[in-house]
Design a protein around this ligand. Sequence first.
Ligand code: 9PG
Length: 437
Amino acid sequence: MTFSPIDELDVSAEHGRVYEHGWQSWSPTSTYTVSQTSPRPVHEWQQLMRFRPELPGPPSGFQAEGLLVVDPGTGSPSKVYAARDIRQEVPSIRAELLDGRLAVTADGPVAVDLVRGGIEPALTGYGDRIALEVGSDAPRAAPNVWCSWYHYFLDVTERDIAENLAAISRRRLPIDVIQIDDGWQAGIGDWPELSGRFSSLADLAARIRDDGLRAGIWLAPFTVGSHSVLAREHPDWLVGDGGQNWGQQLLGLDLTHPGARSYMWSVFRQLEEIGFDYFKLDFLYSGALAGRRHEDLTGVAAYRSGLELIRNAVGPEAYLLGSGAPILPSVGLVDAMRVSPDTYHPTDSEDARRGLRGKTNVVARAWQHGRFWVNDPDCMVARPSFAARHEWAEVIERYGGLRSVSDRIADLDEWGIQATKRLLNSAPAPTPFALPY
Ligand code: 9PG
C-alpha cells in the first residue's frame, strides 16, 4: 500500500484540530488536537471489526477513511480532504505532525476543499455536497422501534416477542415496529432456516401486523460464519476475513457472484412476502472486504451493488437501517444508519458503568443526520439495572434521529416508562440538526 503526499500545512500546535472519520458504524470518529494520535486497535479482531480491516493506521497521528478535516488553528481556512467518488473508492487519508507542519497523505484519489470557519461548517458543507452528488433522496421520517437485542440477546424466543408486543399495546407505548434481532436464524448465512426458539416467522409477522404494528427483522446479510451450511456448500461465494463472532470465523459474501446474489434476492423476497418491511442490516462491513471477487469490482462498488439488490428485493416502501456499515459507501442506499458502537455488549455488566460507549461518535457524526439518512445512536435502555440510563437518554434526546428501545417492558419502573414515552414522542424531523453540535 503506498501513500502519496497530498498536502502540507502550517498548523498551530495548540489550536490546530483534526477530524478523523472512521470506516464503519462502530469505528471511532472524533476531533483531536493536531499533536494527538487517534485510537488504535488493541486486538487483531478489532482491526477487522472496528477499523478499516485491511489497513492498520500509522504508529502516530491519524488515519481517516475517506474524510479528514483540518482546522489549522491559525485563522486560515479549514481544509477538507475527501474521497473523489464514494461510490467507487474510499481512500485512507493520513495526517502527521512533523516540525510544526501537518503532512497529509493518501492511498487513493482525494479532493481538497477550503472552507472558512471551523470543522463543523466544513462537515455540513461536505455533507450537503455529497448528498447532492450521489443524488440521495431527502431522508424519510423513521418509525419508532422496539428491538429485542439489549435484553434478550441471542436467547430471544417467539414467546418473548409476543410478551412484549402485548405489553406495548397494554401500556400504549408509541412503538411502530417490533424488530426481532439476532437469534431467530439457524446460522450466520443460513437465513432461510430458523433457530430452535422460533417456529414460524410468517405467523409472528402476521401477529405483529394484526396488532397494528410493523414487523422488523435483523440480518447480517453480507456476513457468513465459518460454521454455516452456506460456507460449507458455497466456498466460492466467500471473500476476505471479517473477524470473529458467534464462536466462529466470519467471511464476506461475494456480492458480485451470481449465485450469492440470487440467494440474497430470495432471502429478502421471502421476508418481504411474509410481511417484514423494516430491516436492520448488520455487520455490513463484510460486504466491502478486500479480496478476489467473481467480478472485478472494488470492495466499495461490490458493497453498493449488494445494498441496491436488497432495496430492489424489498421495495421502495421498506425501511432499511444499516449497522456495522461502511459509512460513506452507504450514502443514498439506506434510510437510517447506526453511527456508533453498541449501547452495551452482553459481556459488559449492565451496572459496570462502561460509560456512554457511543456518545463521541454520535456527536461527531451528527452532521450526517438529515443529509445522508436518519442517524441511529443505538437503542435506549431504560430499565433500572442499566446504570447509564439517565445520561444515555439525554444523548438520544439530543442526537437520536431514529428512536428505538430495547427493554423487556415488564422490567421498566415508572422512570423507565416515562422516559421511553418521552423519547418516542419527541423524535426529530429527518432534517439536519441545528449547529453547533
Ligand atoms: C446482534 C448485535 C446487535 C447490535 C449490533 C451488533 O465485534 N463484535 O463481536 C460485535 C458483536 C455484536 C455487535 C457488534 C460487534 O452488535 O450493533 O445492535 O444487533 O449485532 O448480534
